[in-house]
Write a protein that binds this ligand. Structure first.
Ligand SMILES: Cc1cc2nc3c(=O)[nH]c(=O)nc-3n(C[C@H](O)[C@H](O)[C@H](O)COP(=O)(O)OP(=O)(O)OC[C@H]3O[C@@H](n4cnc5c(N)ncnc54)[C@H](O)[C@@H]3O)c2cc1C
Length: 490
């Protein structure tokens, strides 16, 4: 088995997919990363938290996020390549996720601004009234330096898992708009020109059904600041996206969709980001493996390169197999999302199937990324813990991928809910039936049914094992399907 393609995200994509759209665009983008982006990304990570300039010389509030000029160039390059605009021009999310794979191989944190911009543009396009769309959507789809960015702010200080209880931000109607007051505690891509924000219309119930989704511009109609950045969080990774705390003070916002649909719209936003997270996790795992490979080919111990020792060689083979499974699972989530991203509530079955696959993919690929990044450090021995060699970065980045967009607990419990309430597991088994190994399918299907019949407390307590096995089974079956079709030789 050869692992050659590990050093190039585009080569790996070609190895895994029968055909890829926009091959020249992807190759040109990868070449740019090798030439320029890589160095900027490393410098951004090493520089740590960007600086927040809160006031100008006269004491006027500015809330400007300060990165190096190279950072802004790196960021704009991805928008120009089409990570957002291509989705609308081509009516397909596939080019965006392909570009996202390349971005995440080099900088998983940088994929966040693009993801949240896409996750802002999609609900605006789907649910925004024509006047709002006409005013804001073209700004997000620009191909020049002046492109606007989006953001998705739900989490508050009380916690991100239980949004129904923790969201304190209140929305008051004010003519054709709403005024939002509250605080967002983990606000990535802070500084963005637009954000989609979860808030509770005055008097709405204090549960998840009482939440609505609003579009919130950075500036009010009179040009003044519409939200305020209290500080930027000092994170262990994903330093290519600024994550801040945001204060809303009678901030002007516009309702998206119907208020009673709020929870569905919020979940649509999160689910899109979860798919991107899965794609990013696989790309990160590939990057960590590529670095481990280049070290293991050159480092010698006991008279030969360490890669040639049977124990390490076997680990490479197993990791590579897991990488391919992860890709198959993440790409299935991409394809299912691409089928349903125009759906609105009430959703058809294929949406529930997508939801379950997205939870499985987010859960499984993030764990794989963290394990692979840890192992890549181990392969480097002592050099793995030395900051200047950069291998440790992939573990720092991977730990964030497993937490944001919902922790593993959230993926498991939301996945269970999709199975219990929508029968999503049966849709999944039907979907996989033609390719699955029959006995394995029967076995996992009956384990899942037995599990769902348990009393609630026990069902939650014992959920992880069955969910993990379901994810592994799904990934392995999808890999069988992909390999049965048309992949290059290993
Ligand atoms: C770098 C970074 C950037 C982020 N950017 C954004 C952003 O842009 N927008 C945004 O809205 N959010 C953002 N988040 C927030 C993120 O979505 C939350 O951190 C995440 O949803 C978890 O919420 P929490 O941190 O408040 O933890 P909590 O919700 O307080 O959870 C704490 C722990 O309890 C567990 N837990 C909770 N409920 C259960 C249960 N029923 N059963 C078992 N375990 C449970 C959780 O899984 C977790 O392990 C970001 C987070 C990070 C780390």
């Amino acid at each position: 088995m050869t692992f050659e393609m590990l050093s190039s995200p585009v080569a790996f994509l070609k190895h895994r997919l029968a055909e890829i759209q926009h091959d020249p665009v992807l190759r040109e983008y990868e070449a740019w990363w090798e030439r320029e982006g890589k160095v900027t990304s490393q410098a951004t990570d090493r520089a740590g938290t960007p600086w927040l300039r809160m006031f100008d010389r006269f004491g006027k509030r500015l809330d400007e996020i300060l990165f190096s000029a190279e950072y802004w160039k790196m960021l704009k390059r991805g928008y120009q390549a089409g990570v957002v605009w291509r989705a609308f021009e081509e009516n397909s999310l596939l080019p965006s996720f392909l570009l996202g794979y390349v971005i995440s191989f080099y900088d998983p944190g940088l994929y966040c601004p693009y993801t949240v911009s896409l996750s802002t543009a999609v609900p605006l396009e789907k649910y925004g009234p024509p006047e709002l769309k006409g005013r804001f959507l073209p700004q997000l789809l620009r191909r020049d330096e002046d492109v606007w960015q989006g953001a998705t702010w739900m989490t508050e200080a009380g916690g991100g898992s239980d949004l129904g209880t923790a969201v304190e931000t209140v929305a008051r109607p004010a003519g054709d708009r709403w005024l939002l007051t509250g605080e967002k505690y983990f606000a990535s891509n802070v500084g963005a020109e637009l954000a989609v924000v979860a808030a509770r219309p005055e008097g709405a119930p204090r549960n998840v059904r009482g939440l609505a989704l609003f579009l919130l511009p950075r500036r009010r109609e009179d040009g003044s600041l519409n939200y305020f950045v209290r500080r930027i969080k000092d994170k262990i990774g994903t330093r290519s996206v600024p994550t801040g705390e945001v204060e809303l003070r009678d901030s002007e916002a516009y309702l998206l969709g119907r208020p009673e649909w709020g929870v569905y719209l919020i979940l649509e936003v999160l689910n899109l980001s979860r798919v991107a997270n899965s794609v990013g996790s696989v790309a990160l795992a590939q990057r960590a493996m590529a670095e481990a490979l280049s070290f293991a080919e050159q480092r010698t111990a006991f008279g030969r390169p360490i890669l040639e020792h049977p124990l390490l060689r076997k680990q490479f083979e197993e990791r590579f197999a897991a990488l391919k499974m992860g890709f198959a699972l993440a790409w299935e989530a991409v394809q299912r999302l691409n089928e349903v991203w125009h759906e609105t509530p009430p959703y058809p079955d294929r949406y529930h199937l997508f939801r379950l696959i997205a939870h499985l993919a987010k859960y499984w690929t993030a764990e794989m990324a963290a394990q692979t990044a840890k192992w890549a450090m181990e392969v480097h021995g002592g050099a793995g813990v030395v900051e200047e060699y950069g291998v440790e970065r992939w573990l720092r980045e991977a730990m964030i991928l497993s937490i944001w967009e919902g922790t593993p607990h959230r993926q498991i419990l939301d996945g269970l809910e999709a199975m219990e309430r929508k029968g999503a597991h049966r849709l999944l088994f039907q979907h996989l039936a033609a390719t699955a190994e029959p006995q394995a399918l029967e076995e996992i299907a009956s384990r899942v049914e037995d599990h769902l019949a348990l009393p609630t407390e026990e069902k939650e307590a014992k959920a992880e094992e069955v969910f993990r096995d379901l994810a592994a089974f799904t990934a392995a079956t999808l890999l069988r399907k992909a390999e049965g079709a048309s992949c290059g030789p290993d």
